[in-house]
Design a protein around this ligand. Sequence first.
Ligand SMILES: [Zn+2]
Length: 398
Amino acid sequence: MNKFWKILSSTALAVSLLAVPTMSSAQPGPSPQPGDNLPINGYINYEELQRKLAQIAHTSKGRVSVETVGYTNQGRDIYKATVGTGDKVVLIQSEIHGNEKTGTVAILNILQKLGSSNSPDVRRILEELTIVAIPMLNADGSELARRANEMEWAEVVAAFPQLANVSPAWNYYNTPGIWDYDQNPGFDVNRDFNPDLNYVPQAEDFPGNSSAYGWYITPEAQTLRDVYKELKSEFGNVDVFVDLHHQGFPYVDGTDDRVTLSISGKFVTDPNGPGGEKYAEYADNFNYDFSRQLNLAVYDALQAKGNSVFTNISLYNQNIDLPGTALGSFALNGSGTVLFEISGQTQNFGQKMKGMLVKTVETGLMGIIDGVTDGSVHELNPEDYEDIPLSSRNPSGL
Ligand SMILES: [Zn+2]
């Protein structure tokens, strides 16, 4: 155990004492995370994001374009940044959970680099790829330093009157005793997706559950869906979708090493395998091997950093079936999909550790970007994915 994790472990212990488990790991689903009510220090907030995006767009002299593609339920802008003119699409998203901010900073660093460097490598990336980033999808949750968005069930019913007589969606947080959700309810936006991108909420589909599809009832999920649909109609396919998250503090299976980052390409039961019959209509699109190759590109890029915290990478829980997640729904639509789960909630770290975790996400993302740019990702053996060590304690909150 190196110094980095010694410091982290004492923090982790302090956090675990505060933890109030609200749902067993065997039952993946919305669960307010320990630390949800702690202040966020030293990570980017919404106002800083606006300033930083404007600065990146300005200094890139038109290379990075930034636009508002939608609004959160509380009316904040949802920003989309685009860089590159290639025909392969890489869509990267952060902060669908508002207190998971490492990825947001990593995205901004990459946009800055791709927007200002004139190296041959960067020029080639921009020729081959169109990189689209949504750096802070759930800005309302971000401002409240919590997982869920800020929205009441009554607002859903006002928008969809056909839901007037049903029980609220299962991913609605309004329970007394769990942080402030009884005073200020919201939804886990990452259970509000449906592989039918034109789905309209139906009363009989509520309240739903973790193994059923979501509904696009939140403006945040609607906005991401709209971005995805537009890219799909313009390019034919969204080749890659990456979703950036935070997890707890698992170990690399078979070691005493704390996991720095868990990754995954598996979010739903394979439509072409046992138990996948319910996804039969998506079987032809589904490209699990490409998802596995993309994850290997992340893994290999980090292993290349040599023996360090950067190499403590594990697979996230592989026994999940969550079709209402953005990753699950977009995988069924044919995107190669990658989950990043960096260890620890945003609130747990000092500046130095935060910097290392941002670097870990950046390195992994560049592994994908480089591998798709030069096509080397297609030469990786998908079966090697199964050799990446598992996490010894499997969080499953996604
Ligand atoms: Zn998350």
